[in-house]
Design a protein around this ligand. Sequence first.
Ligand code: HEM
Length: 447
Amino acid sequence: MDMLLNPLNRRHRLRYDIPVMPGAFPLVGHLPAIVCDLPRLLRRAERTLGSHFWLDFGPAGHLMTCVDPDAFALLRHKDVSSALIEEIAPELLGGTLVAQDGGAHRQARDAIKAAFLPKGLTQAGIGDLFAPVIRARVQAWRDRGDVTILRETGDLMLKLIFSLMGIPAQDLPGWHRKYRQLLQLIVAPPVDLPGLPLRRGRAARDWIDAQLRQFVRDARAHAARTGLINDMVSAFDRSDDALCDDVLVANIRLLLLAGHDTTASTMAWMVIELARQPVLWDALVEEAQRVGAVPTRHVDLAQCPVAEALFRETLRVHPATTLLPRRALQELQLGQRRIPAGTHLCIPLLHFSTSALLHEAPDQFRLARWLQRTEPIRPVDMLQFGTGPHGCICYHLVWLELVQFSIALALTMHKAGVRPRLLSGVEKGRRYYPTAHPSMTIRIGFS
Ligand code: HEM
């Protein structure tokens, strides 16, 4: 099938001397191809236009996309701003740290980040909290015999994030409903009428924020309690210029959002890769039997190199965050070109994650590239989490939960004498934007 590009738009145009990718549709631009076929779109653009080109993101406008490896360094550049993220998704990400720069960003991030470092996670007992939830879910898969994998990992992730926030189990159905309505804000047309996604999404956001505000009040009232929300509230209250509760609430909501789709997608891809590559499964089962139990602390993760390599290689081949938007605040040199101040930029993590410049045989899924490496992990080896001031705050949490998940899956299925098997095709139905994920319909059997 050819790409979802507009056959009537073939004219070659330049904006600020940089070529515009042909094939944009009115209103939605290149979004259909970005969402359904991003790797091919980027390859075609690079082949026909070179390393710098404009992609049209429909309502979000044109973003100058650069596949030169120098573009990755922009994430650390002092003259590059994240404020464009708020302009693209004001309803969801407005007022959150992912869209802020400089002092305001640093202050909010500093107050949150300690809770997500290995020490904070261990002190809050997050590994012990997650292990039984993950075990129960994979046991249910074993009993059912087959599952629609992305739906299942999505549900499991919601459960884990909600338990991280201390949301009581009996309240989960209500939260689930509101959370789904909140997600409608991603695609809501800008029409605010009763019953339409924008109105429903905003109402859900207000409901969620009101609950989070109550959590914050409870945390202050019981300051002696431990747990992530308590840790964050006390860190916020200790910060130099006390931050208002609106900032805290918006950022706890950001944690709910940022941690869900990304990790659910990666978890689903891990199962898909284990199902289609029996040697991977055998290596994982051997490791799981050796360690004998689901690890719960960061220090234990060193015992699970195969599960760690599976997590890293799955994210390398199937990065969940594919593109990062930024704005140039000053004129910049990028590769061979000068980029004017004010340019909207797109940094294609997906391209670098699977680039031959960074990885030998980049299209091959090889655990060996992690298992046999002798040097420490560098920022470029974990570029799927971004880098610089906005690099993912939850990298250690994701590492922990994905290793826990792999070991729990291997132990449970092996004990029952079954292994994962792919029951449907993988190529159709993949999505790459706003976050990437495998097809919603892929089924995995355990037999
Ligand atoms: C496989 C899973 C994940 C991937 C691939 C991922 C990827 C990323 C990336 C690429 C960024 C950088 C965004 C930017 O520079 O604009 C980021 C930031 C962030 N992530 Fe993650 N993420 C994952 C899971 C999580 C989880 C589980 C949480 C928390 C529960 C989380 C919370 C955040 C937050 C709060 C930021 C913003 C940090 C800042 O702006 O300072 N992420 N993530």
